[in-house]
Write a protein that binds this ligand. Structure first.
Ligand code: FES
Length: 50
């Protein structure tokens, strides 16, 4: 089972670590390279509801 860090865009911890390995140095880099936090519907998709 995949462990999502960003549920809305189905971005996993491994996706984020891979982005860092490929040169991401800032949150903006990680967002751009993984697509995390671009289709926010957290109230419905994130189990935490936020
Ligand atoms: S969990 Fe990432 S934008 Fe909602």
């Amino acid at each position: 089972m995949k462990e999502y860090i960003c549920y809305c865009d189905e971005v996993t911890r491994e996706d984020i670590l891979e982005a860092i390995a490929q040169g991401a140095r800032t949150l903006r880099d990680v967002k751009r390279m993984t697509g995390a936090m671009t289709h926010c519907d957290c109230k419905n998709k994130n189990p935490k509801g936020t």
